[in-house]
Write a protein that binds this ligand. Structure first.
Ligand code: CP
Ligand code: NVA
Length: 302
């Protein structure tokens, strides 16, 4: 297989995405049985993180260890990247030493530039625009609980952020209907909405949006890098809190997801994570299994 990157979900075909989801479920079963599987022995994954992380970092590091390989966590505070060494040079050098690079950064364009100069697969661990690894886990989780998501009604409540953009990509690849309930001025990428007008729509009223939903998803109101907007956003977004009362408008068997970390009392009510519809802890665990399936796909098919 030619060199493949995973910068957005659209780097995969529908068939490949479904294959990765199935593989993630199988790898999870094997892992829980205690079976050792080390397809990445002696392989090294570099993790360049310019923003904080718990789930993404730990799932990639644990996944590499379970696969028999190792990982290197590179904070810009300690590397020359943080002192202004050009992205292009860092990409050329690092990719001569490691087998794959995972990057969490601000501008998506920076990740794209790194990938253009990398001789090994580059994985998006979150940018301001997209968070595709989270969608692998979210789609795996939906499949585990309910089977195919094709034709289902998924409702995004809240900010039209990196997660929302990635849900639009998922809707277009997996053919579900995505309704976005965001306040005016906080819509996802206009270009993405236009390109995916057949499977996405905006509904400003969260109650109307959630009506008859199969899956309801939300995320923080102020993403990493928007901390100074927090107070203003809290006011604008207050009608968009997901609570058991809002979930009551969805289908009785609807699921609730949140990529975490969550702010109780803001985008979700205090009791939402423990509500009967919530699958957030499985969703978080599945980051491990889904990314192992992704690493295997990118590194073992080469
Ligand atoms: N959901 C997610 O990406 O979490 P972290 O920021 O902890 O990695
Ligand atoms: N939208 C959030 C997701 C965190 C996992 C952020 O970018 O901070």
């Amino acid at each position: 297989m030619a060199l493949r990157h995973f910068l957005t979900l659209k780097d995969l075909s529908k068939k490949e995405l479904l294959q990765i989801i199935e593989r993630a479920i199988a790898l999870k079963t094997e892992h829980k049985k205690g079976n050792i599987y080390e397809p990445l022995k002696n392989r090294v994954l570099a993790l360049i993180f310019e923003k904080s992380s718990t789930r993404t970092r730990v799932s990639f590091e644990s996944g590499m260890a379970q696969f028999g390989g190792s990982s290197l966590f590179l904070s810009p505070r300690d590397t020359q990247l943080g002192r202004g060494e050009p992205i292009e040079d860092s990409a050329k050098v690092l990719s001569r030493m490691v087998d794959a690079v995972t990057i969490r950064t601000f501008e998506h364009e920076k990740l794209v530039r790194f990938a253009e100069h990398s001789s090994v697969p580059v994985i998006n661990a979150l940018t301001d625009d997209y968070h595709p690894c989270q969608l692998l886990a979210d789609m795996q989780t939906y499949h585990e609980y309910r089977g195919s998501i094709e034709g289902k009604k998924v409702v995004w409540v809240g900010d039209g952020n990196n997660m929302c953009n990635s849900f639009i990509n998922a809707a277009s690849l997996l053919n579900f209907n995505l309704v976005i309930a965001s306040p005016e001025g906080y819509d996802p990428s206009a270009e993405l909405l236009k390109e995916n007008a057949d499977c996405t729509s905006i509904e400003r009223d969260p109650v109307k949006a959630v009506n008859d939903a199969d899956l309801v998803v939300t995320d923080v109101w102020a993403s990493m890098g928007q901390e100074e907007e927090q107070a203003h956003r809290a006011k604008v977004f207050s009608p968009y809190q997901v609570s058991p009362a809002l979930m009551a408008h969805a289908k009785p068997d609807a699921l609730f997801m949140h990529c975490l970390p969550a702010h109780r009392g803001e985008e979700i009510s205090e009791d939402m994570l423990e509500h009967s519809s919530s699958v957030v802890w499985d969703e978080a665990e599945n980051r491990l299994h889904a990314q192992k399936a992704l690493l295997e796909f990118l590194l073992c098919n080469a």
